[in-house]
Design a protein around this ligand. Structure first.
Ligand code: MG
Length: 254
């Protein structure tokens, strides 16, 4: 009898642990883990650091040069160079704050190949030239596939056009997430997206979208959550992924 009681208690503890784990949001390092010694936003180092602190995924931003090379960087204008108006030769000469050259997408994906436990969140920046943007979607997805990373890459964008194109071309199993926050989950689903990735302020104004997304079979990601009280609100609200500049702080909370 005592044995059965111990066994039953063990099962209960196990179930509780499992459900707590299942309910925990996953950590996405925003622009890699850059707030660390020797790192910089969207650097190769930040990708390695995101992996080393146990982030589930690392997010990065992609621009297409005038001659069709995909580069990883956030700002449309960085160190005096406007990414989508510059050639690959010019972009390759831009130096990040940690001394690394601005990486191409290919260089970043090459680095990711040796980090098998890290998922990738590929943000395509909104390009004024919609033709170049559409090409960047196709070229980006193709490169991810060619480098054997299709099964661990998700896509995010502020651009409605790129959202539609990612939904069309991304492989099955990839999350295609919309960032702008001006569509309901249903509206995102209608154009082919399978996740929302909204600013914390948007989800605080529309907490009902979390439930709506889940009822539609969609995932919920939230950016950029750096304050512990916001992290706790996201955890309590049942979001699936939290994008943060502070992955170590979030990991501590979880
Ligand atoms: Mg981004």
């Amino acid at each position: 009898m005592k044995g059965i009681k111990i066994l039953a208690a063990g099962v209960l503890v196990g179930v509780a642990a499992l459900s707590a784990w299942a309910g925990k949001p996953l950590i996405v390092a925003h622009r890699g883990y850059w707030d660390a010694p020797g790192s910089a936003q969207n650097s190769l180092r930040s990708l390695v650091k995101a992996d080393s602190v146990g982030a589930y995924a690392s997010e990065f931003d992609v621009w297409r040069s005038t001659d069709g090379v995909l580069f990883v960087n956030h700002d449309s204008k960085f160190k005096g160079v406007t990414a989508c108006e510059a050639s690959s030769k010019v972009l390759a000469g831009v130096v990040l704050d940690n001394g690394e050259p601005m990486p191409t997408l290919k260089q970043l994906l090459t680095a990711a190949q040796s980090l098998p436990d890290l998922r990738l969140v590929f943000e395509l920046k909104e390009h004024p030239d919609k033709e170049a943007e559409a090409l960047a979607v196709k070229e980006g997805i193709q490169m991810v596939k060619d480098m054997g990373l299709a099964d661990r890459t998700d896509y995010i964008t502020f651009s409605k056009e790129a959202l539609v194109n990612f939904a069309k071309y991304a492989p099955e199993g990839s999350l295609v997430q919309y960032l702008s926050g001006d569509l309901t989950p249903m509206q995102v689903k209608v154009v082919g997206g399978n996740a929302i990735d909204y600013h914390i302020g948007v989800l605080r104004r529309h907490p009902e979208w979390i439930k709506e997304a889940h009822e539609l079979g969609m995932k919920v990601n939230v950016w950029t959550v750096d304050r512990p009280e916001d992290m706790q609100w996201c955890i309590d609200s049942g979001v699936d992924l939290i994008t943060t500049n502070q992955p170590v702080v979030l990991k501590g909370l979880l």
